[in-house]
Design a protein around this ligand. Structure first.
Ligand code: CTP
Ligand code: MG
Length: 181
């Protein structure tokens, strides 16, 4: 694999996992998943995890994967690399896993007594990547090992926090998000 194919594969394969968070920010609101309930004196998840945001994020990530599948042959030609295609199961698991990772992180944050929106560096940037990779690895192990080779995984781990920080800063600048992280 050339460096171009490693970087292109990493970014392409993670796009359906990147988009759900941003879609959730745009669509979020309404009834929180935890229904306002607390556990041990603290909210289970908090008001920042809603049914609408989670559903919109999952739908957006899945839809994007299917659009990317349609574009893959043409983009592969232009770049001169073979981009991965997403089987339908993977289109869903990349998106669902990203949302689950984000929800799990909020659960952890509440247990650590962090208010909704409080930053936990590292967790905030990697929660959705880990969720996406783990759920996909379990649901489609063959596709996972073929696509996420060690160099590709290394690029994902390094590039994701950088992309996440910059897109959140842009969303904050546009007034779409309450905090710049
Ligand atoms: N959002 C949502 N549902 C989700 C994820 C996000 O509705 N599953 C929306 C909420 O409006 C949330 C915003 O997107 O406030 C930003 O998401 P995030 O940063 O993940 O939530 P925080 O508000 O920072 O809350 P937490 O501390 O629990 O991460
Ligand atoms: Mg946040």
């Amino acid at each position: 694999m050339t460096w171009l194919s490693v970087v292109a594969t990493a970014l392409w394969a993670m796009l359906p996992a990147y988009v759900p968070n941003n879609a959730a920010v745009l669509a979020g609101g309404g009834r929180p998943i935890d229904g306002g309930r607390s556990w041990g004196g603290r909210r289970i998840l908090g008001d920042g995890k809603t049914w609408r945001g989670t559903a919109a994020g999952t739908a957006a990530g899945t839809a994007l994967a299917l659009v990317l599948d349609a574009l893959a042959p043409a983009v592969s030609d232009v770049l001169g690399v073979t981009l991965p295609e997403f089987p339908i199961v993977v289109a869903v698991t990349l998106a669902v896993g990203a949302m689950l990772g984000d929800v799990a992180a909020s659960f952890v944050k509440r247990r650590l007594d962090r208010e909704r929106g409080a930053p936990v560096p590292g967790l905030d940037q990697l929660d959705f990547v880990v969720g996406s990779l783990v759920v996909t690895a379990v649901a489609a192990p063959g596709w996972f090992v073929d696509t996420f080779t060690l160099p590709v995984l290394a690029v994902v781990i390094v590039a994701t926090p950088l992309l996440h920080v910059s897109t959140n800063a842009i969303a904050y600048g546009l007034g779409l998000k309450d905090e710049p992280y």
